[in-house]
Ligand binder design. Structure first.
Ligand SMILES: [Fe+2]
Ligand SMILES: [Fe+2]
Length: 252
């Protein structure tokens, strides 16, 4: 990572931590933030499970076990966020109800993520499917996201008010999620170390750090174009049965 990227990284992570923290502290924006997390966490489960199966089929038991554990952790994270929404009588929107495109024929904003488009720039959608994804790409890209998520969740937990039971429960949930994310980052880094010498691992991680910085910039500029408006991911009411829907948002 060159020095300029490093500075941008610091600026980018403090900006996103600030946005995340202020949106989770504000009771008006909190449900939407929680819904976004629920979709991302639950949405990563089938992906991780498929990768675990693939690792097993390829004979890498160590990785298969780590991925299976990872999948079950993310499932739990999704449930923590679902529970947090339920406590305030909300639930995530039903993704099936969102048209694939808007009336002007553009893809609905909630179905695309400028962040992930930029993060995986140069990789066609086929290349980031679990059955095809290059292991190094998966490990490094996910390592960066897990590492940052572990810190972001702690920051968010710290700004939640302690005078109200729903917010206290969410704070506890966020801290336990953060601990898991730290563990995910650690095994992914170890997975890279099992494949490459340290200098190469550093190089690979740097490349994905740079990609993250660029993706954050893409996301911020997209938000500015929409003048800070976030698409709604949440609706009133308590979910009926298992309405857990996988989204196209990924990981953490
Ligand atoms: Fe998670
Ligand atoms: Fe994670």
């Amino acid at each position: 990572m060159n020095f300029f990227t490093y500075l941008l990284h610091l600026a980018g992570s403090s900006a996103s931590a600030y946005i995340g923290a202020s949106q989770i502290r504000d009771p008006l924006t909190r449900p939407n933030v929680i819904a976004g997390f629920q979709l991302a966490e639950s949405g990563s489960v089938p992906f991780l499970q498929a990768l675990s199966d693939r690792a097993a089929a390829e004979g890498d038991t160590w990785l298969a076990e780590k991925l299976a554990r990872h999948a079950s952790d993310e499932k739990r994270h999704g449930q923590i966020f679902a529970q947090a929404l339920k406590r305030i009588n909300k639930q995530v929107i039903d993704f099936k109800s969102i048209p694939k495109t808007t009336t002007e024929g553009k893809p609905d904003e909630r179905r695309r993520s400028p962040f992930f488009e930029a993060y995986f720039q140069g990789y066609p959608p086929e290349a980031i499917k679990p059955e095809n994804m290059d292991w190094t790409v998966f490990m490094a890209s996910t390592y960066i996201l897990e590492l940052d998520a572990s810190k972001d969740f702690v920051r968010m937990a710290n700004v939640l008010p302690e005078d109200e039971s729903n917010s206290v429960a969410l704070k506890k949930g966020l801290l336990s999620i953060a601990e898991d994310e730290t563990g995910h980052a650690a095994y992914l880094y170890e997975a890279l170390q099992r494949r490459f010498p340290e200098a190469t691992v550093q190089q690979i991680v740097d490349e994905w750090r740079t990609r993250k910085v660029n993706a954050l910039l893409a996301m911020v500029s997209n938000m500015m174009q929409k003048s800070g408006k976030m698409s709604s991911l949440v609706q009133d009411g308590v979910p009926t049965e298992e309405s857990e829907e996988e989204s196209e948002l990924a990981v953490a």
